[in-house]
Write a protein that binds this ligand. Structure first.
Ligand code: HEM
Length: 231
């Protein structure tokens, strides 16, 4: 029984590896990992919006998350694996596109999809840079003037009292929103070939998600700057 199961598992792994090596496979991995990360961004927004309900509320929420190590580390591992696969697929697809381009163009005329792919790379790099800065700022506190492991409310509000920091978040959140928006377009081009109706829905959903998420997040630095939320 065990002897027969081993080759079957081996064949399955081989099939996954073969799938990863196809362009469609990489695009599918990008779509699934992208959706997982957007799912986190939605839940993270709902958690963070509790700063509007006051210090006790958001700090109790943060304490709850830290008291559930399985949940906390499960989510962190899924996010990290998703990020690595997402970036690896993006880099490899960009390299494949470069290789596929005929060498001698008399005149270089980028098509709609090459512009869109370039926008994805730029907004993706902006999003990644934002996430690194954000972790240094609000998770590790390395670039925060008064970081406390017990006071998430204080970290957020004191952090956003600085105008350059609030502005950096606004720029970063613009990249996040633009990346999610263009991600809908990328899925449209991948899925649209086989099913245009579903693809149109995906693109609209991504546009709505991008605007709602970016505005929801940017409401926090704006509220602190305007003095509506105070330390
Ligand atoms: C105004 C915008 C945002 C605020 C106020 C905010 C707030 C926070 C805070 C307070 C933490 C630390 C939580 C803790 O250690 O207890 C955190 C962690 C984190 N944030 Fe944000 N966040 C914002 C936007 C974003 C966005 C747009 C993303 C993703 C694109 C993101 C991704 C993360 C990640 C991955 C972590 C690490 C989570 C972990 O340690 O498990 N955040 N955020």
């Amino acid at each position: 029984m065990g002897a027969r199961a081993a080759p079957a598992r081996g064949a399955r792994v081989e099939a996954h590896v073969r799938f990863w090596h196809t362009t469609v496979g990489k695009k599918a991995v990008m779509a699934v990992t992208g959706l997982l990360m957007v799912g986190y961004v939605v839940v993270h927004l709902l958690g963070n919006l509790q700063v509007f309900a006051g210090r006790e509320r958001v700090n109790a929420y943060a304490l709850f998350l830290k008291s559930e190590p399985v949940l906390l580390w499960g989510v962190r591992i899924v996010l990290l694996v998703s990020l690595v696969l997402h970036v690896a697929a993006a880099v490899q697809l960009a390299a494949l596109r470069r290789e596929a381009r005929p060498a001698a163009y008399a005149e270089k005329r980028p098509t709609v999809s090459t512009w869109a792919s370039r926008a994805m790379l730029v907004t993706g790099a902006g999003t990644l840079a934002f996430v690194v800065y954000h972790l240094l700022h609000l998770t590790w506190g390395v670039v925060h003037p008064a970081f406390s492991h017990e006071d998430v409310y204080g970290n957020v509000v004191v952090g956003f009292l600085s105008l350059p920091v609030a502005a950096a978040y606004a720029v970063g959140l613009f990249f996040v929103g633009a990346h999610i928006y263009h991600g809908g377009g990328a899925m449209y081009r991948t899925v649209g070939v086989s099913n245009p109706r579903h693809a149109g829905g995906l693109q609209r959903a991504a546009a709505v998600a991008a605007v709602v998420l970016a505005l929801g997040y940017v409401s926090m630095p704006i509220a602190v700057q305007l003095g509506w939320v105070r330390p």
